[in-house]
Design a protein around this ligand. Structure first.
Ligand code: AGP
Length: 589
């Protein structure tokens, strides 16, 4: 979730560094900093909090013909979010930025402390620059390699030094890093967005690749120099901008219609489901499926269980990756191991994928970021094609995950629901009159003692997801619950200050769910029912289309729960795109 940028041979490195870090803000951070090499010195500026604090400080610095630099946004893992702990970390003549975790940093730090080397931060990162300067004897690349040989863990590193000021040293293992270029300048970033508009082609570094750049890229793997494999960068930067919406999250809710069309293009056909990325033989000898994911992606996986078991008659177990990882699970070779991840960098999910591969299972990733660690690790990948998702609260990625799982279920079960899938896409076109109603309605839901989102069958995972959306951006407590479970304890909470959002499908267990709502209303809970059929006793009601397929209802209710969470959060005055304490991609456990 930290962000990294770097550049060399550019006449305004500060501009790229600051703009690049702004493109990475969505990943969540609590401090930031840049190190700039100019004719005079190596200048380091850092700030806690939002990037504008860093910008204010940078404006006061005089640079003399700056020509390179590195930058970083930090999401604290070792040490509190303070200026001292912010990156870049410096030595006497060098500076470093790093994403990931140096697992043996304490051992290295103790060794250097015994040598009289001082440390000023609580971070693991500082050992990189201190070790580099400890090993420096006139050859910077040699010293850099010695550092790489000694540190364990995950890292994306950029290091600059006054000893060889016209170079940037880099290394990648376990955390994303891209080196990109145009005809005369070289850039680094931890994801595509900062590079768009600057570079035109990129090499996505693989684990174990390292090297340095001057006016060329010198790339190594093991001890041999290799040629970068350049790929074109996405050209349209605007598609990552807000496009007139108040927040990226709002833009991304509205673009779900287009994104789902993209996601199903060439896959949902009149003749059934096609995946260019897959061949049926890949699924030979598969008798069951494990899905491993975190957060919203886990909720999508739960929907997948219902769909795959129903449409393909294959047993599915859905696991929270952080639990599965340490449970020493029984993994058999007739199991297909599926990981779902928007970012493709979630540490827990990635580690379960590695565990499954090590056990000899076939692995499939549903992921939104090509070239991400998870994509590169999995045997097969189905890309979500959701485009850059900048809002920390996932929306369009969730929509494409569920849609991809629906298509996968039909692919495995040879089931053709071509029209139903297109109907489900249609209902994700936001009805602005419904949005306006939700904006008005949201004022009633700001001060209760919490929310229950309830549903049955596929609407239970949607209830979980609706609750997560609300709590992660409004900071109001919310729980998703199986509607049939409320009477087994939670109904004790029912009173006018307990808000219940009921997902009432007409096509699945309508009467059962309706009676669950009645139980709550009878105890004076305040209920908002989302359904195609009005029910008298509910306090608030949002009507959805009268359709015959539960998945069409699912996608329309999804839009409503996303908008509800956003409008409540906006009324609370929260930063919808970068909620407190959260990061877009949790690359640490
Ligand atoms: C969802 O709104 C959150 N941003 C979070 O739960 C997220 O889904 C989770 O961290 C998994 O991320 P991934 O999909 O990138 O693996």
């Amino acid at each position: 979730m930290c962000g990294i940028v770097g550049c060399i041979g550019i006449n305004d490195p500060v501009k790229y560094l600051i703009e690049g870090l702004k493109e990475l803000e969505y990943r969540g951070y609590d401090s930031s900093g840049i190190a700039v090499m100019d004719e005079e010195d190596l200048k380091i500026i850092k700030a806690v909090g939002k990037l504008k604090n860093l910008e204010e400080k940078v404006k006061k610095i005089k640079f003399k013909n700056p020509f390179s630099g590195i930058g970083h946004t930090r999401w604290a893992t070792h040490g509190k979010p303070t200026e001292l702990n912010a990156h870049p970390h410096k030595g006497h003549f060098s500076a470093v930025v790093h994403n990931g975790i140096i697992e043996n940093y304490q051992e290295i730090k103790n060794k250097l402390l015994k040598e009289g080397i001082e440390f000023i931060s609580q971070t693991d990162t500082e050992v990189i620059v201190k070790l580099f300067e400890y090993y420096y004897e006139g050859d910077a690349f040699k010293a850099f390699k010695r550092v790489l040989d000694e540190i364990d863990g995950a890292y994306a590193i950029l290091l600059i030094t006054k000893k060889e000021p016209k170079k940037i040293f880099f290394a990648k293992k376990g955390s994303p890093l891209i080196v990109a270029k145009n005809d005369k300048e070289i850039f680094f970033a931890s994801s595509d967005a900062p590079l768009i508009g600057y570079a035109n082609s990129a090499h996505y570094l693989e684990d174990g690749e390292f090297g340095w750049v001057d006016d060329e890229i010198h790339l190594f793997n093991d001890e041999k120099e290799i040629i970068p494999a350049f790929k074109p960068l996405p050209s349209n930067k605007e598609s990552a901008k807000k496009g007139g919406f108040r927040f990226y999250m709002e833009k991304e809710i509205y673009e779900q219609f287009d994104v789902l069309k993209e996601n199903t293009l060439g896959r949902n056909t009149k003749d059934g489901i096609k995946f260019d990325e897959l061949d049926k033989e890949f699924f030979d000898d598969i008798n069951n499926i494990i899905i491993s994911a975190c957060g919203t992606s886990y909720h999508a996986g739960l929907v997948g269980k219902y769909l795959i078991e129903r449409n393909a008659k294959i047993r599915v177990d859905v696991e929270v990756a952080s639990e599965l990882r340490y449970r020493d699970p029984l993994l058999s070779k007739d199991t297909l191991f599926v990981v779902i991840s928007q970012s493709g960098e979630t540490a827990d999910t990635l580690e379960t994928l590695k565990m499954a591969k090590k056990a000899g299972l076939k692995t499939l990733a549903l992921c939104n970021v090509d070239n991400s660690s998870i994509v590169r690790e999995a045997d097969r990948t189905i890309l979500l094609r959701a485009g850059i998702e900048k809002g920390v609260a996932s929306t369009k990625a969730f929509a494409t995950q569920v849609m991809t799982l629906w298509m996968l279920a039909n692919y495995l079960g040879d089931k053709n629901e071509y029209d139903a899938i297109n109907e489900a896409i249609e209902v994700t076109k936001v009805d602005t009159s419904i949005h306006e109603k939700i904006k008005r309605l949201s004022k009633r839901y700001l001060h209760g003692h919490g929310f229950f989102f309830i549903g049955r069958d596929i609407f239970y995972p949607l209830a979980l997801e609706g609750a997560l959306k609300l709590k992660e951006i409004s900071y109001i407590h919310a729980e998703g619950y199986p509607a049939g479970e409320m009477k087994h304890g939670p109904i004790a909470l029912a009173d006018p200050e307990l808000f219940v959002v009921a997902l009432l499908s007409k096509n699945i267990l309508f009467e059962k769910t309706k009676s669950n709502i009645e139980e709550l209303v009878a105890r004076d809970a305040t209920t908002l029912t989302i359904s195609s059929e009005y029910i008298e006793m509910t306090d608030d009601f949002i009507k959805i289309s009268e359709v015959n397929h539960p998945m069409v209802e699912f996608f329309e209710m999804m839009i409503i729960t996303q908008l509800l969470a956003m409008e409540v959060a906006i009324r609370m005055g929260n930063d919808v795109d970068m909620p407190r304490n959260l990061a877009k991609s949790v690359t640490v456990e």
